[in-house]
Design a protein around this ligand. Structure first.
Ligand SMILES: *[C@@H]1O[C@H](CO)[C@@H](O)[C@H](O)[C@H]1NC(C)=O
Ligand SMILES: *[C@@H]1O[C@H](CO)[C@@H](O)[C@H](O)[C@H]1NC(C)=O
Ligand SMILES: *[C@@H]1O[C@H](CO)[C@@H](O)[C@H](O)[C@H]1NC(C)=O
Ligand SMILES: *[C@@H]1O[C@H](CO)[C@@H](O)[C@H](O)[C@H]1NC(C)=O
Ligand SMILES: *[C@@H]1O[C@H](CO)[C@@H](O)[C@H](O)[C@H]1NC(C)=O
Ligand SMILES: *[C@@H]1O[C@H](CO)[C@@H](O)[C@H](O)[C@H]1NC(C)=O
Ligand SMILES: *[C@@H]1O[C@H](CO)[C@@H](O)[C@H](O)[C@H]1NC(C)=O
Length: 589
């Protein structure tokens, strides 16, 4: 690391193009097309306050990328994403010229983000733009946004992104189905009495074919005998957004039902943005994530990060701050911590095209920083197959938002960020792909080298011309892996329910990663950190390849699950026993 930091000093000393210190004329920095489903409601009130986040370039990010396995310290990561001093100075001058002193600016630890709170009238002047109140056609939700903003020319190389400006994303939770259990028996009846056999040849209880419990998952993924340690500083976390709260009482009922040894234990709640109440009515997503995530990893220290969405902006009532773009908010918070849970699962996402590319890339670079600090991140691949899951063709959103209005498969964010492990879905025993498993190819991120061979092998098998023009064959392909995604037996508001979605797959896969870290830490090895290069190389033999099923969407049958990697189930589902051997073998030290 010492040599790394000294080479940094050399890199950061090169001269940038000579900047003009005077206020240069504005030039458009980013422009997006009018977003589908959003309509202009009115001119934004000039006193409405916006929390503006300004992202400065990270000139040494490529060095960070090369050190993704090294478990860098917080300070080392910050040194690698710090902006050039000249960028800082020019941005400071610009902010000062609009009346912002250092005391008005909130900076990320690496100083790569500066946040200011500004009234609309000043933001419009600074960005030479006009904000409007936009209303979403179906939900009625309102936000204050613009479709284009400008910056003084001399700042174009020193500011990468300013948001919220052009971001029209609508975060969704990837839980697709909820069924109530038979109220009379409280049970779903098994279809057979003989044990069902998993893809890897393990016998599991027949009920697992229709009702997934913690025990089923441990059996299915060859981890029945694992006893995790509570005392080796292992940790696991799930994130919650959209006012979703986890309910402690539901967790106790769930434990009584599925993890009796965990009864009376709980988890830590960390509020990223102030929340009103943690014991508010249970959210089904949060209950699912916490119950299965913490149930599978008990007694590993569990944390629930809650990033409360700011209340929807109500144009006719008040002028609260609205952000609606939680990724950078969450990243800002988590990257500032000294101790970060070693595995973090997220079951939320947006259609990739609704997140501006510049913003998606910066958030993705933030996820890379977590990887460099030894943290593994997983994310649900989505519940719409290759589309958005809407069977009504009039509301399907398989159309490009780039002005050409072409039909195209939908990629999702953040799951398509190459520094995240994307988790698709399976169902039944033996496992097959679940039809809603999100999968496909990013339009923003190029295919990373770690998946080059696996994805090429898939594309070569695809008959020539299949879905030509509907997807970007050179894009980052997802999911990377998969796990069960259907019929999870949870307790919501005191009731037993069956719930599904790749929302269930992500905490499930993440939980097995936490169990792998248990094996690593016990062997005196560091946590796994960024997973993907390992998964596509030495760990391939630790997966149950899923070869049946497909993920329809956008009026097509979608892709097929195949032998080897595929954009439905990725490399397959985990075989913990085999993976534990691989990740603790001397060559992985
Ligand atoms: C599991 O469920 C699937 C779907 O309902 C069914 O086709 C299959 O026969 C079941 N397997 C067993 C072993 O009962
Ligand atoms: C766990 O972390 C604490 C605080 O960093 C440290 O004092 C302790 O030695 C660690 N325990 C183990 C088993 O590594
Ligand atoms: C859980 O706590 C309650 C209340 O303190 C107690 O009555 C019960 O016996 C405990 N259960 C277990 C399994 O520890
Ligand atoms: C568990 O995690 C929380 C929050 O991340 C932390 O504050 C606490 O110290 C951890 N507890 C143990 C025993 O490591
Ligand atoms: C895009 O095309 C679809 C299908 O032809 C049509 O329903 C929709 O109105 C078009 N949207 C725009 C913005 O042109
Ligand atoms: C999926 O498999 C079916 C059955 O083998 C085949 O007819 C179909 O063309 C395949 N689809 C794709 C996209 O590969
Ligand atoms: C389960 O894991 C063990 C290693 O712990 C391995 O030897 C065995 O082959 C695995 N079983 C199956 C069916 O994959």
């Amino acid at each position: 690391m010492r040599s790394l930091l000294s080479c940094l000093a050399i890199l950061t000393s090169f001269a940038l193009a000579f900047p003009s210190r005077r206020e240069s004329p504005h030039q458009v920095k980013e422009r997006v097309f009018s977003p589908r489903d959003w309509e202009i409601h009115s001119v934004a009130p000039s006193t409405h306050r916006i929390e503006l986040k300004i992202g400065l370039p990270q000139p040494n990010f490529d060095i960070l990328e090369k050190h993704l396995y090294e478990h860098l310290s917080k300070a080392e990561v910050e040194a690698l994403v710090a902006p050039h001093p000249e960028s800082l100075e020019l941005v400071n001058d610009w902010l000062a010229s609009h009346g912002f002193g250092e005391e008005d600016i909130v900076r990320s630890p690496a100083q790569d983000w500066a946040t200011i709170v500004v009234p609309v009238r000043l933001a419009e002047k600074m960005l030479d733009t006009e904000y409007h109140v936009w209303t979403h056609a179906t939900s009625g939700e309102s936000i204050v946004r613009t479709t284009s903003y400008s910056l003084p020319i001399h700042l174009h190389d020193h500011i990468e992104v300013v948001q919220p400006t052009t971001i029209f994303a609508r975060l969704k939770s990837f839980k697709s189905t909820i069924h109530s259990l038979d109220k009379q028996t409280g049970q779903i009846v098994a279809q057979t009495n003989t044990p069902v056999v998993s893809a890897s040849g393990i016998s599991v209880d027949p009920s697992c074919n229709t009702t997934i419990t913690v025990t089923c998952l441990k059996e299915l993924y060859n981890a029945s005998s694992v006893v995790p340690s509570a005392t080796i500083n292992n940790s696991f976390a799930v994130t919650g957004y959209l006012e979703q709260f986890a309910n402690f009482q539901d967790l106790q009922s769930f434990y009584a039902l599925e993890v009796p040894e965990a009864v009376n234990t709980s988890f830590n709640v960390v509020s990223v943005v102030k929340t009103t109440s943690l014991l508010a009515e249970a959210g089904d997503e949060a209950d699912l994530d916490t119950q299965f995530g913490f149930g599978l990893t008990f007694p590993i220290n569990g944390t629930f990060f809650t990033t409360a969405g700011s209340p929807p902006f109500i144009p006719d009532i008040g002028t609260p701050t609205d952000t609606n773009e939680p990724y950078i908010t969450w990243l800002d918070f988590i990257l500032a911590q000294d101790d970060i849970p070693l595995v973090i699962s997220t079951s939320y996402g947006d259609d990739e095209q609704t997140v501006p590319e510049s913003y998606a890339k910066r958030a993705c670079a933030g996820f890379a920083q977590l990887g460099a600090r030894g943290v593994s991140l997983t994310s649900s691949s989505g519940d719409g197959g290759v589309g958005d899951g809407d069977s009504d063709p009039t509301t399907q959103t398989c159309f490009t938002n780039d002005g050409t209005n072409r039909t195209e498969f939908l990629s999702a964010f953040p799951t398509a960020c190459p520094f995240i492990t994307s988790v698709g879905g399976t169902t039944n025993v033996p496992e097959v792909a679940v039809f809603f498993s999100g999968g496909g190819f990013s339009n923003y991120f190029a295919r990373p080298s770690y998946q080059d061979a696996a994805v090429k092998a898939f594309l070569e098998k695809l008959p020539k011309g299949t879905y030509k023009g509907l997807f970007n064959p050179n894009g980052r392909a997802f999911p990377d892996v998969s796990a069960q995604a259907n019929n999870f037996l949870v307790v919501i508001s005191g009731e037993q329910e069956l719930i599904g979605g790749t929302s269930a797959s992500s905490p499930t896969f993440a939980a097995f990663v936490a169990l792998l870290n248990d094996a690593r830490l016990k062997a005196g090895l560091p946590s796994l950190g960024f997973l993907n290069p390992l998964l596509y190389s030495t760990a391939v033999s630790g997966f149950n390849d899923i070869t049946e099923g497909n993920n329809p969407g956008c009026g097509t049958e979608g892709f097929n699950a195949t032998v080897g990697w595929d954009p439905v189930t990725g490399l397959g589902t985990p075989d913990f026993g085999k993976l534990a051997e691989i990740v603790t073998s001397p060559s992985r030290a």
